[in-house]
Structures are given as structure tokens and as C-alpha cells.
Design a protein around this ligand. Structure first.
Ligand SMILES: C[S@@+](CC[C@H](N)C(=O)[O-])C[C@H]1O[C@@H](n2cnc3c(N)ncnc32)[C@H](O)[C@@H]1O
Length: 200
């Protein structure tokens, strides 16, 4: 089936409120995939290049990183990707129910100190919004070099009651991001987990 081209890629600086307009410009036959904390866009750009039938939205709160991610989108001439500068928490609140095919959460800030762990993105309130906006059968893919964050993710997925853990390998582009390469180069293990939304 031919894929209708979407609007030109753009950075929507400081504006998660512009999400509905962006979503309305994505062809209905494309899959919607969102990377939470896309950093400099290494994963997002390489992945979007291979996934012509998907539209990728990266959300990232650091402006410099958004601009680097945008540069990659432009360099690769991608018409199926956009970056939104803002807080992922605010973006996921605005996503329509049952609208997202996949969330990618790779190397989210680990907040390793015990007293800071509650700042981690993957916590129950955020997971509820991820589950609400996922289509039935949609997936959340997560990886971290921090074992206890991986365990936290696994536990949250299990107790959400809305997800089933699935055994799929990480997309190869995950290991080629700056963080993927950095952790692998120093011999760190990367813990990957995926889960699928159950039918209502
Ligand atoms: C360690 S980097 C990983 C980047 C990318 N996922 C990768 O694999 O290369 C984590 C990124 O998430 C961003 N980030 C963390 N929490 C965020 C939030 N709540 N909303 C948006 N961006 C966030 C950080 O600014 C940082 O760029």
C-alpha cells in the first residue's frame, strides 16, 4: 500500500501542545512510534531510515540535543520523523488513547541514588499513560545498563495488569546509539525488556 508523505520534519521547540497538529498530519496507514528521551537522535534517525512505514516522534527536553537530532533527520532526508522539545511526561498525557504502536525507552536517565529514584521516567503514573495511549498489541521497548532500573521496569510492566512481557531482541540500532556504544565499549551489560499491551 503506498504511503502518503507527511509534512516536512520539524522541531517543535518547547511545544508539546503542538502534538495534535503533528499527529493530524501523519498518514493514517503509518505506524506511530515514539522515543522517550531521544537524546541526539542516533537511534531515532537510524531506525526511522529503515522503517518507512512508521512515523517516529522523539521527545527530548534538552534543546541542544533536539537540534542535533533534527540535523540527523535533515541529513538523512527523513520525512517520517519529528522531534518535540519538552517533557515526555507532558507529551504522553496528550496522546490520544489507543494511538501508539510502539514506545522506545532506551538508556533513560537512571537516577542511581536511592533518594532520586522516584524521578525516574518509568514510574506507575507515566506507565498508565503509556498503556492508555498504546494500541492493543502495541509495545513498550526498554533498555538500561542499570540492573535495578531494568528490574523496576519489569516489575512495573508485570503489576500494571495491562501488559504481557514479550521476548524480542532489541532493534540493532539501539546498540549503535552514543550510549549503547559507550556502555558496550566498557564491557557493560545492557538489559533489554519488551512488553505488549493486552487486548481490553
Ligand atoms: C542517557 S540519554 C539516552 C538517549 C537515547 N535514548 C539513546 O539511546 O542514545 C537520556 C536522554 O533522555 C532525556 N530525558 C530524560 N528524561 C526526560 C524527560 N522526562 N522528558 C524528555 N527527555 C528526557 C535526557 O535529556 C537525555 O538526552
Amino acid at each position: 500500500m503506498p504511503v502518503k508523505k507527511t509534512t516536512a520534519p520539524q522541531v517543535l521547540l518547547n511545544n508539546v501542545g503542538a502534538l495534535p497538529e503533528l499527529l493530524s498530519n501523519i498518514a493514517a496507514n503509518m505506524l506511530l512510534e515514539i522515543e522517550i528521551g531521544c537524546g541526539n537522535g542516533h537511534f531515532l534517525s537510524r531506525y526511522a531510515e529503515k522503517k518507512e512505514l512508521s512515523y517516529l516522534i522523539g521527545v527530548e527536553f534538552k534543546k541542544k540535543r533536539c537540534l542535533k537530532a533534527l540535523k540527523k533527520i535533515q541529513t538523512y532526508k527523513l520525512t517520517n520523523a519529528a522531534i518535540i522539545q519538552g517533557k515526555a511526561e507532558e507529551l504522553i498525557e496528550r496522546l490520544p488513547a489507543n494511538s501508539v504502536d510502539k514506545f522506545h525507552i532506551y538508556f533513560p536517565d537512571p537516577w542511581p541514588k536511592t533518594k532520586h529514584r522516584r524521578r525516574r521516567f518509568l514510574r506507575m503514573t507515566n506507565l498508565e499513560n503509556l498503556c492508555r495511549s498504546l494500541k492493543p498489541g502495541g509495545e513498550i521497548l526498554f533498555c538500561s545498563d542499570i540492573y535495578d532500573y531494568y528490574l523496576q521496569a519489569k516489575l512495573l510492566f508485570l503489576i500494571s495488569g495491562k501488559l504481557r512481557l514479550s521476548e524480542i531482541p532489541p532493534p540493532p540500532q539501539v546498540l549503535k546509539s552514543i550510549f549503547g556504544r559507550k556502555f558496550l565499549s566498557v564491557g557493560k551489560k545492557i538489559f533489554f525488556i519488551s512488553s505488549r499491551k493486552l487486548a481490553d
